[in-house]
Write a protein that binds this ligand. Structure first.
Ligand code: C5P
Length: 220
């Protein structure tokens, strides 16, 4: 069983995907974390994010891997260094969509994601999972929520994680990232024809998780 969860920034995809994976005993793969990891590496090595060939060179020299942490949570490593927290930094968040727009970078990431998905039952979240990474996924979900709701959720998360946060700035950043992700030439953020759309604006995380679970059970 492959469960693809796509949607715009901060729509609750990763929180729901993690809960679902835990409840079902499936592997969780956070594809956004992979683009973030490469962005972090690029920012650290002063690679020009607009130059695809520079990014490809960096990607070829960079190992991006997932490992289970002590608490069972998925941790992401760049060249053996745990960057799970660093990839959530504002600077990474505000540059990741530039890195993710390049065709050759996407091809590389998609191939890595498809290999990871071959390991068994998976819940994978991102922007192009139902359309490109796992086009034959048994369950495809497209999560949406209003910009205000998403900014408020991200604000709360930032405060909890000890990051500086301003609600109005977050709204602008989310709008900008959605626009870049939706308008890029290569596999833009778009709902797959056979995906089920869920508007999570006034739903709790558990309600969203339970709705997806009932969809999964129907498919089993
Ligand atoms: O999901 P998350 O917000 O962590 O994703 C960060 C960014 O990575 C997105 O805004 C998007 O630019 C890119 N991304 C993507 N395709 C995916 C997952 C993420 O382009 N499958």
């Amino acid at each position: 069983m492959r469960i693809a969860i796509d949607g715009p920034a901060a729509a609750g995809k990763s929180t729901v995907a993690k809960l679902l994976a835990k409840e079902l005993g499936y592997l969780y793969i956070d594809t956004g974390a992979m683009y973030r990891a490469l962005t972090l590496a690029a920012l650290k090595s002063s690679v020009d994010l607009e130059k695809e060939h520079e990014l490809v060179e960096l990607a070829n020299d960079t190992s991006i891997t997932f490992q289970a942490g002590a608490d069972g949570q998925q941790e992401i490593y760049v060249n053996e260094i745990n960057v799970s927290k660093a990839i959530r930094d504002k600077d990474v968040t505000n540059h990741v969509s530039i890195v993710a727009k390049h065709r050759l970078i996407r091809e590389k990431m998609v191939s890595m994601q498809q290999q990871l998905a071959e390991k068994g039952n998976v819940v994978m979240d991102g922007r192009d999972i139902g359309t490109h990474v796992l086009p034959n996924a048994e369950v495809k979900i497209f999560l949406i929520a209003s910009v205000t709701e998403r900014a408020e959720r991200r604000h709360k998360e930032n405060v909890e994680n000890g990051f500086d946060s301003d609600l109005e700035t977050l709204k602008d950043e989310i709008r900008k990232r959605d626009q870049l992700d939706s308008e890029r030439d290569v596999s833009p953020l778009v709902k797959a024809d056979d995906a089920i759309e869920l508007d999570t604006t006034s739903m709790s995380i558990n309600e969203v998780k339970d709705q997806i679970l009932s969809i999964v059970i129907q498919k089993e």
